[in-house]
Design a protein around this ligand. Structure first.
Ligand code: PMV
Length: 316
């Protein structure tokens, strides 16, 4: 038996603009995970068992474009295994689906790692990332690659599409409350809508994306330089206000929603230093930067404002 797991992720700054070549910051969220176990099987074929989505079948019976089938077959192809041994692949995940926490990428990455170690052919991190990116393309159409990158490397990442990965350090840990609207919203649709806006007025949207890029640079500087330090309230407030500004630009891109805006407002009113939607938007998750002593209070306010679930996480 071999097993592998992969964390969720959250985008701190820069979603959507990242599709147009601007930088984005994302971090792993280890409180939620995808788990995969691979066991030898007496029954011929490669079987998947994913109770979360009520799936139990041989992969050959799935449509050729099914996300699980394609990622499994891509591993066998990369490892040049034309006739894989009979296997059973168990998949479980605590990462909510289609909600901006990277569930698809995490499942793919855990499958890739578990399968390659089952056949004793461990893949390098870059190989894992390349295979996971190919799988993301099936989910999202034109993904930037940020999800698979931050989850594969499991480190805070400063990401620019098509450029070598840059991890970054967090000078002082900071606390986020992540809240789920409970609305699952496909990233492909919001990315497609932003593209329509961009196609209709490229110079306007390029300027908006530039503003996002500047916020991302400022946020990275603040996080890496040690401001906000625990004692430096101004530094924290600065990072929070960069989040607010990023949310306002995402609203302009039409990817927020009344539910996300309600949660952002509830977080701010209950003491968060900044708040924004995260990921594709229209539903899914938002995040709030909080002083550690305010985390429970903000989480309760988010629940009272309709959040399905909240996660408290320390970014370090
Ligand atoms: O919805 P998520 O968390 O998968 O994030 C998508 C991020 C976008 O910038 C909207 C799209 C992308 O491919 O980067």
């Amino acid at each position: 038996m071999t097993a592998a797991s992969a964390p969720g992720k959250i985008i701190l700054f820069g979603e959507h603009a990242v599709v147009y070549g601007r930088p984005a910051l994302a971090v792993p969220v280890t409180q939620v995970q995808a788990y995969v176990e691979v066991v030898d099987s007496a029954t011929p074929g490669v079987w998947v068992d994913a109770p979360d989505i009520s799936l139990h079948c041989e992969i050959a019976s799935l449509p050729a474009t099914h996300a699980l089938r394609t990622v499994i077959e891509s591993v066998f192809r990369t490892l040049e295994l034309p006739a894989p041994p009979p296997l059973k692949i168990h998949i479980k995940s605590t990462i909510p689906v289609a909600s901006g926490l990277g569930s698809g990428a995490a499942v793919s990455i855990a499958i890739i790692r578990a399968l390659s170690s089952t056949v004793n052919r461990p893949l390098s991190v870059d190989e894992v990332n390349t295979l996971a990116y190919a799988a993301e393309k099936l989910h999202h159409g034109t993904p930037s690659g940020i999800d698979n990158t931050v989850i594969t490397y499991a480190k805070p990442v400063y990401f620019i599409k098509g450029q070598p990965i840059q991890t970054f350090s967090v000078a002082h840990p900071f606390t986020l409350v992540i809240a789920d609207t409970g609305i699952s919203a496909p990233t492909k649709a919001s990315v497609g809508d932003v593209r329509k806006l961009w196609e209709a007025d490229k110079s306007k949207w390029e300027a908006v994306f530039d503003q996002v890029g500047e916020l991302v640079q400022a946020a990275r500087k603040a996080i890496e330089s040690g401001k906000p330090a625990p004692s430096n309230v101004e530094g924290w407030e600065r990072l929070g206000s960069l989040m607010d500004a990023n949310h306002a630009l995402l609203q302009q891109m039409t990817v927020s929603s009344p539910e996300l805006d309600r949660l952002v407002l509830a977080a701010k009113r209950s003491g968060a230093l900044g708040a924004k939607l995260s990921g594709g938007g229209r539903g899914g998750n938002m995040l709030a930067l909080v002083k550690p002593s305010d985390a429970e209070k903000v989480a309760s306010a988010l629940k009272a404002a309709g959040a399905r679930n909240t996660i408290l996480t320390e970014i370090k």
